[in-house]
Design a protein around this ligand. Structure first.
Ligand code: C5P
Length: 202
């Protein structure tokens, strides 16, 4: 059986999610959006739980909960994500997912650097803050939210700031990651670039 791990990291709204799903479908691998783990913990904290207890008692079904995709939960997620013990509590689940039979794609912030430093393929998907904010703004508008662009841009920058400057597992490309800047790429071109980079490592 194949054990092949693809690590896809990058900042918020760079296209990681879309690329990860397409890559997983292309290779027939399972996909884990690790941001959901932190979002699920963040949502429990907003509901009054303690971060570490929420992280230690997380179960797979929590990742299917409604309301994890909101801006409020995203900010709460990036706040619990700076806590070393919270991150530690989520390591085993991610590593076992990564080594499952049949291949796995994990996307997040620290997959290539901390969770799966031995991943067979590593990508770092990025784009300018303005492009990412515009994409997220359009997505939110389509979903009927009345948020404005400047607020979305400020949120994206606040989350970048927290994710890149924390001492524990900061957001940065692994030394051996292939960097894909999607600022001027269509979705199709970004997916094609990702698949080509992974095939190179096979
Ligand atoms: O990817 P997503 O936007 O859903 O992630 C929400 C937050 O969770 C991020 O801003 C980041 O702070 C945190 N996160 C992390 N490590 C990961 C995935 C997400 O710290 N592997």
């Amino acid at each position: 059986t194949t054990r092949f791990t693809i690590a896809i990291d990058g900042p918020a709204a760079a296209g990681k999610g879309t690329i990860s799903k397409a890559v997983a479908a292309h290779f027939g691998f399972a996909h884990l959006d690790t941001g959901l783990l932190y979002r699920a913990v963040g949502a429990r904290v907003l509901a009054g739980d303690k971060p570490l207890e929420a992280a230690q008692s997380l179960v797979a079904a929590d990742l299917e909960a409604e309301g994890l995709r909101t801006a409020e939960v995203a900010q709460a997620a990036s706040k619990v994500a700076v806590i070393a013990e919270v991150r530690q509590a989520l390591v085993d689940f991610q590593r076992s997912f990564a080594r499952r039979a049949g291949g796995a794609v994990l996307d997040g912030r620290d997959i290539g650097t901390v969770i799966c430093p031995d991943a067979e393929a590593k990508l770092f998907v990025t784009a300018s803050a303005e492009v990412r904010a515009r994409r997220r703004f359009l997505e939110l508008s389509e979903n009927g939210s009345d948020s404005d662009y400047d607020t979305v841009l400020a949120d994206v920058k606040a989350r970048d700031e927290r994710d890149m400057n924390r001492s524990e597992a900061p957001l940065k490309p692994a030394d051996d990651a292939v960097v894909i800047d999607t600022s001027d790429l269509s979705i199709e071109a970004a997916i094609a670039a990702a698949i080509a980079a992974i095939k190179d490592r096979q």
